[in-house]
Design a protein around this ligand. Structure first.
Ligand SMILES: Nc1ncnc2c1ncn2[C@@H]1O[C@H](COP(=O)(O)OP(=O)(O)O[C@H]2O[C@H](CO)[C@@H](O)[C@H](O)[C@H]2O)[C@@H](O)[C@H]1O
Length: 633
């Protein structure tokens, strides 16, 4: 499936991504022609002289644009400028640095600010954390200056140590929302070329996870519990996150320089959706951020940040901007006769005001413009088709690599698969299943909710258990499904294991040890587990929807003169019968057609799905974002 509409022409200064004629060098030259101020050059030179200690080689200019010395290529090149004595002090000298003897590759890049509710390894409850932990690093490695802003969650347990490397930066900033002045603090860690910013607030509702606060407060006093129950709403935490993220590029001296006003905000899901609205309503009317752009990345349209209309006053937006986030539920969705259905919808506001919109696969970019996949926002999204694209997520090759993975008992690769069977045996041992290397082992990893099609697994399991297979599920979520997993395990002691909880090492061991990964998602914007599975030679069986359809190629044993083609099985429409039929074919192929199976495994392992590849596509969208004027009323 192609992108939704023909892309706009390339920006001349970045067309080197596609055109051999325009080189990075000429981009740097064009920067010089634009007559940037001397102070900008001095900043550049000073930064270069710092020996590339910070920001992966990207040096911020006073006007917000950046010049880099070719990302990794420049690293360690001591000939760039090796001491402060050699600070360039005029344009010519800088031009030499930029163009000199082809030693240093430089080009104009962006100052990028990711805004997200979670970013691994600091915080992760699902795929959003993975993406916002990996994509920024990939972009920084390509030479962009990248900051990631997310909340600092504290749980009062060992996981709080993840924030230990972050130290306070700048001074606490006052933000006006929720009927008063709120104070936020910024903590900073420079890691993997990225400025990781976590924000804090004195409010317990901000600092603690729901479960921690719930337990803590219950222990304190029931009355306080009720009061805090009101203020713990997610919209408080994420409203503050968005306001703070808008201030961060202006006030935080990271590596000695602020990011400045010419930023590219990459806002992820509804939690960060207030950012483009704030840019349009609070900043641009006063001449601030008029050169910035925002890109909304939709990881999951099912969650939109809908609150009662009265909560508009909490958002810290001017009164006249109500229309941007105004949302009216259809009549059928109203709760009683007097319910007017009026609400505010943060994601809707972001869709209206973002300069561009991205989803995490091309298939999903189309699905969200349909009544079936649009969750009420399909018409609005259709009206923005000209700025809507899909880019498939990548895989963090450092974390998900069977030949290096520290969580698995035996490493393996496409050239030597022997370790995979050892992983299977170890997993069977760990789970207390009969050790049977030849028995097909099926796995599932994910949130236990409607999206993931757990109800279909549940209805198919009795028939599946009639097969000679083993089945392991790892997940947490809806209580009814967690209970079902426990009961099913008790019932099928020799065949089924249900691991209730969120456990990253186990997820690696299941991915490596299983033969088949099942993903019957009702909808799936991209899906990461099928990508991880393919990298580990575990063959996915998936519902053909969204990113699953885009990434799993259906097995065809007759293609290529019977050598076979494809990396797994996709079935559609989603039903118990189709799921069972696809799984049974997979099981039969595993048992009876060993060479076909090996082909399936190897084709999956060979797929190029690195973040680096996705990052190049993101860069293309960044350029398009800067071609059009920003959203202003
Ligand atoms: N119990 C458990 N223990 C350990 N690890 C667990 C786990 N349950 C889930 N995970 C991990 O969490 C991540 C889940 O990623 P997904 O992309 O499958 O789903 P999610 O629906 O959260 O993300 C949304 O955003 C992502 C990112 O864009 C999209 O791919 C996706 O389609 C969209 O729904 C994977 O890394 C997985 O291994």
């Amino acid at each position: 499936m192609g992108t939704l509409l023909a892309p706009p022409p390339l920006h001349p200064c970045t067309s080197f991504l596609n055109s051999p004629e325009t080189t990075p060098k000429s981009c740097a030259a064009s920067f010089l022609r634009q007559g940037k101020t001397k102070i900008g050059y001095l900043a550049l030179c000073r930064s270069l002289a710092d020996g590339n200690k910070n920001n992966g080689g990207v040096r911020s200019m006073q006007d917000g644009s950046s010049i880099i010395e070719g990302g990794k290529k420049a690293e360690g090149d001591s000939k760039v400028i090796d001491s402060k004595d050699k600070l360039a002090t005029d344009r010519e000298e800088v031009a030499e640095v930029i163009g000199g003897e082809g030693k240093v590759l430089t080009r104009v890049t962006h100052s990028i600010v990711f805004v997200t509710a979670e970013a691994a390894p600091y915080s992760k409850t699902g795929g959003l954390g993975d993406v916002c932990g990996s994509l920024p690093t990939a972009l920084a490695a390509r030479g962009h200056r990248v900051m990631v802003v997310s909340p600092r969650y504290l749980h009062g347990g060992p996981s709080d140590k993840k924030f230990a490397g972050a130290s306070e930066v700048g001074s606490p900033t006052k933000i006006y929302c929720f009927g008063g002045e709120q104070e936020v603090g910024f903590f900073h860690e420079f890691r993997a070329g990225v400025d990781w910013i976590v924000i804090t607030s004195p409010f317990p509702a901000f600092r603690y996870s729901w479960t921690t606060l719930h337990t803590t407060v219950l222990e304190i006093h029931m009355e306080i519990y009720l009061v805090l129950l009101v203020i713990i709403r997610h919209d408080f935490r994420f409203t503050l996150l968005c306001h703070a993220a808008c201030e961060a590029p202006l006030v935080l001296p990271l590596g000695g320089f602020t990011y400045g006003e010419k930023c590219l905000f990459v806002v992820n899901d509804w939690h960060a959706g207030l950012v483009p609205v704030l840019l349009a309503a609070k900043y641009r009317p006063y001449g601030v951020y008029k050169d910035s752009r925002s890109i909304l990345v939709i990881h999951n349209l099912a969650h939109q940040g809908v609150e009662p209309a009265a909560s508009y006053n909490n958002l810290g937006l001017p009164l006249e901007w109500y229309g941007a986030v105004e949302w009216v539920f259809p009549t059928w969705a109203r709760t009683h006769a007097l319910d007017t259905g009026k609400a505010v919808n943060v994601l809707k506001g972001a869709i209206v005001t973002a300069d561009r919109i991205l989803t995490v696969s091309q298939g999903y970019a189309w699905e969200i413009t349909t009544a079936e996949g649009g969750y009420g926002l399909d018409e609005l999204l259709s009206s923005r088709k000209s700025v809507l694209n899909g880019i498939t997520n990548g895989v963090d090759a450092a974390e998900w690599n069977p030949s290096l993975d520290e969580h698995i008992p035996s490493n393996y690769s496409i050239h030597d698969l022997s370790g995979k069977v050892e992983c299977k045996i170890a997993l069977q041992k760990e789970l207390g299943l009969p050790i049977r290397p030849d028995c097909p082992l099926i796995g599932f990893i994910g949130r236990l909710d409607y999206q993931k099609g757990i109800d279909i697994i549940l209805s198919a399991t009795p028939e599946l258990m009639e097969e000679d297979i083993q089945f392991v599920m790892l997940g947490s979520g809806e209580r009814q499904y967690e209970d079902w997993m426990r009961v099913t395990e008790a019932h099928y002691r020799d065949k089924y294991r249900g691991w209730v909880g969120f456990n990253v090492p186990i997820s690696h061991r299941i991915t490596a040890g299983c033969d088949i990964l099942l993903m019957p998602s009702r909808f799936e914007p991209c899906g990461l587990n099928q990508l991880y599975a393919m990298r580990y030679g575990t063959v996915p069986v998936v519902h053909g929807t969204g990113g699953l359809r885009d990434t799993v190629e259906n097995f065809n044993p007759y293609a290529r003169e019977s050598l076979g083609e494809g990396t797994g099985w996709t079935f559609s429409p989603l039903s118990r019968e189709n799921l069972l039929a696809a799984l049974k074919i997979a099981i039969q192929t595993y048992r009876e057609h060993k060479s076909s199976w090996e082909g399936l495994m190897k084709r999956g392992m060979e797929r190029d799905c690195t973040w680096d590849k996705a990052a190049i596509k993101y860069e293309q969208v960044f350029e398009w974002a800067f071609i059009d004027p920003p959203y202003v009323i």
